[in-house]
Design a binder for this molecule. Structure first.
Ligand code: NAP
Ligand code: MG
Length: 473
């Protein structure tokens, strides 16, 4: 398989003819070469996107824009199985999850196709006589940089609202996971999106990232990835006051009170951290359990974990596939090595090919432990008991991150009190959901800046303009 860049409505080789070879994480075998964009491609993509913005997309009637977005959603659904298979092959995601995520991508396009006609400015009764109103206007060229852990849905939840608001997008998928992004670019053209409105540049962030972010035509960078690269992008964006939104790392808490349905919490919690082999910014990797139910919770958690199906991601029953790369598995191994003086249950590496590792449960760790504090980005959870709600909350918030989290309690007052106190952009009571297409998603502190999804994302892809029309006094 050989895949090219998508610039100005055409599939193109990279300017330097460079390619990235992709490996199947379940077999470790190479299976595709993908064009790796160079600096000339960045300039072409940005200039082409600006031209498409001015000539094709900015002034298109909103109803026609919506029609194209609905068309993209329809084509995503028609190609759901193909896209899901590509994702599984590319990053080892279990096929059942991949199907759900492609469906989510389609829903995001449907939501913003509908939302764009309800997204509006205000009329404001200013003190002077006249008529004052606001316009929400598109920014121009938006760069969307996305990671490899949820390649398709995250690409969709940046591209769809940006296009709905009237912007043009240069999409840069992660080097490890370009396949579904490139397919999205082709499907969008088939759905009638004019060439240049969505450019897809596969290529190494370390080589083209700085040029993309600093390009003078780029008005906004929407980034999802590591906190380190997010901070780098924010620095590069500063001189041009280029808008940024950042979805970054996490170390999310899962708080279990004794008054909750403890067995339900314990049975559902393993997949809140081990799903996607733990490569999830929302992974509930720090579990706080009230001491009186700690043993019961841990026993049930371990029992459920032992039954999780780890293996070939192409099989429908598989719950946990391989890690995305050898390097990612080595990173997880280093964290576990650093915690070997604690009790670690699981963490075996199955024999044979593939970058697999079985879920690891770490008990007896202390709040200063590296494995408790840092994002492992693998199937590793730490579970600690707590005695006092206030002290537990102080420990929960003693983290540079604040992305997601769960609270298990049947006491309504406690649920509200604790939800208010946890420093986090997304919380869920008596469930582990983090992402709703219709609701804002993003982090506090070093987990990010700005919000994806919901109407909040449309705000983030527009500028507010205030217009005052004077009337005679
Ligand atoms: P990453 O290394 O930061 O990469 C993310 C993206 O940034 C990739 O497309 C990468 O390209 C690109 N990139 C790298 N260096 C760049 C530069 N100098 N300028 C511009 N772009 C650059 O993160 P990752 O390892 O792919 O993903 C894991 C991280 O993402 C975790 O920390 C996770 O928590 C976070 N994440 C957050 C969310 C959220 O919504 N908050 C969701 C998913 C993941 P290359 O692949 O070519 O290097
Ligand atoms: Mg990286």
């Amino acid at each position: 398989m050989h895949l090219n860049l998508i610039i100005d409505g055409e599939e193109r080789h990279a300017s330097g003819r460079h390619v990235t070879t992709l490996f199947n994480p379940a077999t470790e075998e190479p299976f595709a070469d993908v064009a790796a964009a160079g600096l000339a491609d960045v300039h072409d993509a940005a200039r082409g996107a600006q031209r498409a913005f001015e000539q094709e997309w900015r002034d298109l009637a909103p109803g026609r824009r919506a029609g194209v977005l609905f068309g993209i959603a329809r084509l995503i659904r028609e190609h759901l199985e193909e896209l899901a298979q590509l994702e599984t092959l590319n990053i080892g995601k279990p096929i059942a999850d991949a199907r759900d995520e492609v469906g989510l991508g389609a829903r995001v396009f449907e939501y913003y196709a509908g939302a764009l006609s309800t997204f509006c400015g205000q009329t404001i009764p200013v003190a002077r006589r006249g008529f004052d109103f606001t316009l929400r206007q598109p920014m121009g060229v938006v760069v969307a940089v996305v990671p490899w852990n949820f390649p398709f849905p995250i690409a969709c939840w940046k591209v769809a609202p940006a296009l709905a608001a009237g912007n043009c997008v240069v999409l840069k998928p992660a080097s490890l996971s370009p396949l579904t992004a490139l397919r999205l670019g082709v499907l969008a053209l088939e759905a009638g999106l004019p060439g240049g409105v969505l450019q897809v540049l596969s290529g190494a962030g370390g080589e083209i990232g700085d040029a993309l972010v600093q390009h003078p035509l780029v008005r906004k960078i929407s980034f999802t990835g590591s906190t380190e690269v997010g901070a780098h992008i924010m620095r590069l964006a500063a001189p041009g006051i280029t808008r940024v939104s950042l979805e970054l790392g996490g170390k999310s808490p899962n708080i279990v009170f004794a008054d909750s349905e403890v067995d339900t919490a314990a049975a559902s919690s393993p997949m809140s951290v081990f799903a996607n082999a733990g490569q999830d910014c929302c992974a509930r990797s720090r579990v706080f359990v009230e001491r009186s139910v700690f043993d019961r919770f841990v026993e049930k958690f371990l029992e459920t974990t032992r039954r999780l199906v780890v293996g070939d991601p192409a099989q429908a029953e598989t719950q946990i596939g391989p890690l995305v790369s050898r390097a990612q598995r080595e990173q997880v191994g280093r964290y576990l090595e650093g915690a070997k003086h604690r009790t670690i249950v699981g963490a075996e590496r199955p024999p044979g090919a593939g970058w697999f590792i079985r879920p690891a449960v770490v008990l007896g760790c202390e709040p200063d432990d590296q494995i408790w504090r840092e994002e492992v980005f693998g199937p590793v959870v730490c579970i600690r008991p707590f005695d006092d709600e206030g002290q537990m909350l102080a420990e929960v918030n003693d983290s540079p991150y604040g992305l997601s989290g769960s609270i298990w309690t049947n006491d309504l007052k406690r649920a509200l009190r604790v939800a208010r106190r946890v420093e986090s952009g997304v919380l869920s009571v008596n469930s582990h959901s983090s992402v709703h297409v219709e609701a804002p998603f993003g982090g506090f502190k070093r987990s990010g800046l700005g919000r994806d999804l919901g109407m909040h994302a449309l705000e983030g892809y527009t500028e507010t303009k205030n217009v005052f029309i004077a009337e005679d006094d």
